[in-house]
Design a protein around this ligand. Structure first.
Ligand code: OOB
Length: 519
């Protein structure tokens, strides 16, 4: 499918029709959904943030008031707004306000700095940047100073006014732009529609058996797809349950919250799950309410997976998902062996899975191959990226995930590795090329390649191989240089190695594989 003039590749009509006919896309928008929920669960607690407790009605009203205020500022349907908020209640107020207008949030992570935010603003021609002010010791006003946007807002300056009638978007319209982990130069943006996203988190909430009594702790950054929709806070809200916001994911912060709010389910990346399992036996806090620990974002080792039940006394649920769409879950009633050794099976019967060799031929069942997927909540193209889309999608619309998997007879997928040039640093995704481009801007760097090297705690760490020129820079200088370029701290390589030349492949390209093996 060719992209529409707004840079979005639509679902082909015959697929859209099928997804609607099968009831996956139920023709609802985020704004309409919140109104539905406020009607059904009005006085129940939707969001807990410190001492603040917002009911469903509070959230609905606050979204209406902010939508009116933002509209008053001139924010219109289809406008992009770069949103960089941490785990606070206003995150959802802003989301729903923009959804009600039909403006698109662009979900930046709290760790992003001026390089990333500047790029998101210029690439999407954003009209506004919403930031937290000083957060985790960093003043985001610094980023705002360098931006060319019409409005800069913080939680203290959100313009609430009396609600107005807004026509609102259609269910098939794009609701927001999510970030891809990326494997090439700059992060790609992922357009998700109201219809497709609502399906993915409502179905996830059913798989996770959420009820109005469930209490979800949002410990990972709220802007990430995992705590947003798998089932995440949106799935939690769709079930009339309660979301508790954790300012950071440490046991010191989260264990008291679990005890105080009687949390039943939460989601972590593997390195945090390890930290929690170390801390749990020593804690004086009562964690007995916790029924499910979801782990995903990166491969959870079988050895660690086996320790979840004995140390935390709850069920492990492995989650293998991607912001582009497809999400796999182990089910609560799966055999323990499947839960600890697989990364789950897809949400939907209409998630099409192909496992292929380098020539796109299906591999024999049970062998490892490239995972391709297509389905009712997987995108058909990145935003404004027609050239990149030619490689990232097959002609018939399958997304090339870049993951190497094999399938068990039960349909569960086991992630065996990755074919894309992406570093997965404990769930934080780094495109080597993006960091290389920054390093190449240094006057004493002749060439640089950044690869992932194995790490027992994070799964992978980033290592930069650098060919210096002239006066060789020190490691500290390169770290400072990258920080001054304004990139997120998690992208700054953990290690720097200076070399005279890079190993090459038979055709003379730099061999990332051989560089990885060097370390
Ligand atoms: C989640 O989303 P993204 O977009 O940050 O990253 C997606 C990539 C996948 O393609 C895969 O390479 C890796 O992250 N990944 C896993 C994994 N979960 C994600 N690799 C091995 N085992 C897993 N369980 O990371 C994401 C989105 C929604 C739910 C959960 C994770």
């Amino acid at each position: 499918m060719p992209p529409t003039p707004d840079g979005v590749v639509p679902y082909p009509p015959e697929f859209a029709e099928r997804y609607r006919a099968k009831g996956y896309w139920r023709g609802q928008t985020f704004g309409g959904l919140l109104r539905e929920l406020a009607g059904r669960y009005g006085e129940r607690t939707a969001i807990v943030d410190g001492d603040r407790r917002w009911t469903y009605r509070d959230l609905d009203r606050k979204a209406d008031r902010l939508a009116a205020g933002l509209y008053g500022l001139g924010i219109r349907p289809g406008d992009r707004v770069v949103l960089q908020l941490p785990n606070i209640a206003e995150f959802y107020q802003v989301c729903f306000a923009l959804y009600r207008i039909g403006a698109w949030p662009v979900f930046a992570l709290p760790a992003h700095r001026s390089a990333e935010i500047g790029y998101f603003c210029s690439f999407t021609e954003a009209v506004a940047y919403i930031h937290p002010g000083v957060h985790a010791g960093y003043d985001h006003a610094e980023i705002a100073r360098g931006l060319d946007v019409r409005h800069v807002l913080t939680p203290d300056t959100l313009p609430e006014t009396d609600p107005i009638e807004l026509p609102g978007p259609k269910p098939g319209d794009v609701a927001f732009l999510q970030l891809s982990g990326g494997s090439t130069g700059l992060p790609k943006l992922i357009p998700r529609t109201h219809d497709d996203y609502i399906y993915s988190f409502e179905a996830s909430a059913r798989i996770c058996e959420l009820t109005p009594e469930s209490v979800y702790l949002c410990a990972l950054p709220a802007a990430h797809n995992f705590p947003m929709s798998s089932p995440g806070v949106f799935g939690v809200l769709s079930a009339g349950a309660t979301a508790v916001m954790a300012p950071d994911p440490s046991p010191d912060t989260c264990f008291p919250l679990i005890e105080r709010e009687r949390v039943t389910i939460t989601a972590l990346v593997p390195p945090l799950a390890l930290v929690w399992m170390d801390a749990a036996p020593k804690t004086r806090h009562d964690l007995s309410s916790l029924r499910v620990l979801q782990v995903g974002g990166a491969k959870f080792t079988e050895e660690a997976a086996r320790r979840v039940r004995p140390t935390l006394g709850c069920t492990l649920q492995q989650v293998f998902g991607m912001a582009e769409g497809l999400v796999n879950y182990t089910r609560y009633d799966d055999p323990e062996e499947i839960i600890v050794t697989s990364q789950g099976r897809p949400i939907s019967e209409d998630d099409e899975i192909r496992i292929v060799d380098d020539e796109d031929r299906e591999v024999p069942e049970g062998t490892v191959g490239h995972l391709l997927t297509r389905g009712p909540y997987t995108i058909r193209g990145y935003y404004k990226a027609p050239e990149h889309n030619k490689n990232a999608f097959t002609e018939d619309g399958f997304y090339r995930t870049g993951d190497l998997v094999r399938r068990l007879p039960s349909g569960h997928l086991v992630v065996e590795g990755r074919a894309k040039d992406q570093i997965n640093r404990g769930g934080d995704k780094i495109a080597g090329e993006e960091v290389e481009n920054h390093l190449l801007a240094h006057p004493n760097v002749h060439d640089a390649v950044v690869v992932g090297v194995p790490d027992p705690y994070l799964g992978e760490r980033a290592c930069a191989y650098v060919i210096p020129k002239g006066e060789p820079p020190t490691r500290a200088e390169l770290r400072r240089f990258l920080r001054d370029r304004g990139i997120a701290a998690f992208k700054i390589p953990d290690r720097f190695e200076f070399v005279d030349a890079f190993p090459t492949t038979a055709v003379g390209k730099v061999s990332r594989r051989r560089l990885r093996e060097l370390s």
